[in-house]
Design a protein around this ligand. Structure first.
Ligand SMILES: [Zn+2]
Length: 204
């Protein structure tokens, strides 16, 4: 895998997606990464192409187990209040898989610093490098406050906010954001349907 160092949003998005596949977060539907096929779907959904997984190949059970361990490590890093600990942990993730920086042309033909992974690394190590680069890039460029808990009171999800404005609130905006809007809507309607004791009804 060769990935541009400055494109940390990609790895940060994968880190967020990975952490939020757990049963802890998916309270309604349960664990997402239940088998190697589910891991393939996750990688495809996030457009992650790994050298350790040739096209059409299925991850092994061992790969899945290692990715689940990576997910736990990633969650610990996202939850950590100590940014030095985050840097140390994310550096460890990348150090395992990277052979070193390489100056290569990007998709537009411009020179860019790339992270390049070694040939004999596992799927989880390669994925870990991508996650690590994402976390380190955000820590360096946007700051540690971009690692957050989901604002939904019923969600245990976490996310890395790589938006320009930095005002993202939910781990899965389409799901948690909507759920929160529905809850707010219901709460408003209940208030309207049950007038408080101070309200005047039926008097003329
Ligand atoms: Zn959430």
């Amino acid at each position: 895998m060769k990935t541009v160092f400055s494109n940390y949003s990609f790895g940060a998005g994968v880190a967020t997606g990975l952490v939020n596949t757990s049963a802890l977060v998916r309270i309604g539907t349960g664990e997402v990464l239940t088998d190697p096929e589910a891991l393939t779907c996750f990688l495809e959904e996030h457009e992650v192409r790994l050298d350790a997984l040739p096209r059409g190949a299925l991850p092994a059970d061992r790969d899945l187990a290692e990715v689940l361990a990576l997910r736990t490590r990633t969650r610990v890093l996202l939850e950590s209040g100590d940014e030095d600990e985050v840097a140390e942990g994310a550096n460890e993730l990348t150090a395992r898989a990277l052979t070193g920086p390489a100056l290569l042309r990007d998709t537009e033909g411009k020179w860019a610093w790339h992270a390049a992974t070694g040939a004999r690394i596992s799927l989880a190590e390669e994925l870990g490098a991508l996650v690590g680069i994402g976390l380190l890039g955000v820590l360096h460029t946007l700051g540690h406050q971009r690692f957050r808990h989901c604002a939904s009171p019923v969600c245990a999800g976490m996310f890395v906010d790589t938006s320009k404005a930095g005002r993202r609130r939910y781990c899965m905006p389409g799901l948690c954001g909507n759920r929160q809007n529905v809850a707010n809507y219901r709460a408003r309607h209940q208030e309207e349907a049950q007038p408080g004791p101070g309200s005047v009804t039926g008097t003329r």
